[in-house]
Design a binder for this molecule. Structure first.
Ligand SMILES: [Zn+2]
Length: 475
């Protein structure tokens, strides 16, 4: 029962992008809605119109003006996050710094000037050189094929209200750490609202280090989201797809324009789901260096393994379906990934791990609750395999039922002793014996499956909200 419950939560979690697509009308910069301005930006004229806010744990940066100004605003307002994220990604790069600079100069002539201006703005604000900043805009090339994202768009008869819903799962790498601060690069996730002087406004969901590369949607209801495909048909002689996505969001007001802009250049294997909420309709562009195929939901090859045609639904994982593009694929990708995801949602595949970070984004849970008339619940899990905490209808913390694991807490005063003397072994207290209000570190003992964990320290800080029975009736 609990596992079904957790699955339900995760399924709820992944729908966030759709909700945003519906709300395209509200993205033009309106500081009136700003809840919590965390930086005073009045000190520099270059920062006019740029600000950062945080809503329910989601960082949202608003960029306004020329591309140089937008770059300068991001570099200034997110300097710490950007530099930390940059160090983290560079630490695992499969290429040397010089090779990355070469990559940039291979494609530099093709890149429209305004995006170079934006990079220059960021560099000036970050006290980095142009090259040191520009290499982050070609980082996608270095990691090509290693990101396991997937996406889907549904519209018309396939949705209850006939509106178009477009979602994308960004299955990025979660274990990349800034060697200086120990901060996870995956914590650098934010919403970026772009209001360029020349071009349409857009919201992109992404990372500070590669603005817009993750896709998003614009004020005309044009959305884009990608998954990568390992293919042998590759060139570095094209506009990086992250920059093409920015071009598309800034210039396209129709689906045809969006397809044209994206198809105007190519580099390596990507599936791009491109949608237009106005018509509504979505297509997939399967693209590699020398081949470009616009796919519709009812093309016969949508029935090719591992896919099958679904009425007015288009979706992709890390594979091509058109026989020509599929012919270029390297055979190390896993075709079953998307099917496994579907099985996971239906409760048949318990091994699949999927995008749970989004659950921290209360603002999205709230939007989903409002739009769908359903109630969202938090769940607790961590990468090593345990998932055993769940929120109840009281929404006052999480339950950790005894049948899942033996739960303990190391009280803060024990942690302090350990900090003073690293050889000290801190004492843990069973949840059932902990005092109400106690804060400390979570410890788990769990003999589940092939990875038993014995007094495993999760490094998560927790607080015992209450002991005994909750008013929902559960312990
Ligand atoms: Zn309860």
């Amino acid at each position: 029962m609990l596992s079904n419950f957790l699955k339900k939560i995760q399924v709820i979690g992944i729908i966030f992008l759709l909700i945003l697509v519906i709300d395209v009308s509200s993205i033009k910069g309106d500081n009136d809605n700003s809840i919590d301005v965390i930086l005073d930006v009045s000190t520099s004229s270059q920062l006019n119109g740029g600000w950062v806010e945080e809503r329910d744990g989601v960082t949202i940066i608003h960029l306004n003006g020329s591309h140089y100004q937008m770059g300068f605003q991001l570099g200034t307002l997110l300097k710490k996050d950007y530099l930390s994220s940059r160090r983290a990604w560079l630490s695992i790069l499969p290429l040397t710094y010089d090779e990355m600079v070469d990559l940039w100069y291979n494609v530099s002539d093709l890149i429209p000037q305004q995006y170079k201006d934006e990079i220059q703005g960021r560099a000036d604000a970050l006290d980095l050189t142009f090259e040191e900043t520009a290499i982050m805009d070609v980082i996608g090339i270095a990691f090509h094929g290693n990101l396991n994202c997937c996406g889907l768009a549904a519209w018309g008869p396939s949705t209850e209200d006939y509106k178009l819903y477009h979602f994308r799962s960004c299955d990025g790498l979660l274990d990349i750490i800034d060697p200086v601060t120990g901060k996870y690069a995956s914590d650098d996730q934010l919403l970026i609202v772009r209001n360029p002087d020349e071009g349409y406004s857009s919201v992109v969901i992404g990372l500070s280090i590669e603005v817009g590369a993750e896709g998003g949607f614009n004020e005309h209801g044009i959305g884009i989201g990608y998954s990568s495909v390992k293919t042998s048909d590759v060139t570095s002689n094209g506009i990086p797809c992250g920059i093409r996505k920015r071009m598309l969001l800034e210039q396209a007001s129709t689906l045809d324009q969006a397809v044209d802009i994206y198809s105007s250049s190519s580099t390596m294997g990507w599936n791009q789901i491109i949608s237009d909420a106005k018509i509504p309709k979505a297509v997939v562009i399967e693209q590699s260096a020398n081949y470009n195929r616009v796919c519709n939901w009812n093309d016969s090859f949508e029935n090719n393994y591992p896919s099958w045609i679904m009425d007015h639904i288009i979706r992709r994982g890390n594979f091509f379906l058109d026989p020509v593009s599929a012919g270029f694929e390297e055979d190390i990708y896993e075709k079953s990934r998307f099917i496994r995801y579907i099985l996971y949602c239906m409760g048949f595949d318990t091994e699949y791990y999927y995008f749970s970070r989004i659950m921290h984004y209360k603002v999205m849970s709230k939007a989903i609750e409002d739009k769908w008339g359903i109630e969202a619940f938090d769940g607790f899990a961590f990468t090593e395999g345990f998932s055993g905490g769940h929120e109840c209808p009281e929404h006052n913390g999480m339950h950790f039922p005894n049948e899942n694991a033996i739960m303990e807490i190391i009280p803060n005063k024990e942690l302090e002793k350990e900090e003073k003397d690293p050889s000290y072994i801190p004492e843990a207290v069973l949840f059932s014996e902990a005092e109400k209000g106690m804060t400390g570190e979570m410890v788990i003992t769990d003999f589940k499956e092939a990875l038993p964990m014995i007094r495993y320290r999760v490094r998560d800080s927790i607080k015992i909200v209450t002991t005994g029975e909750c008013s929902c009736g559960e312990e």
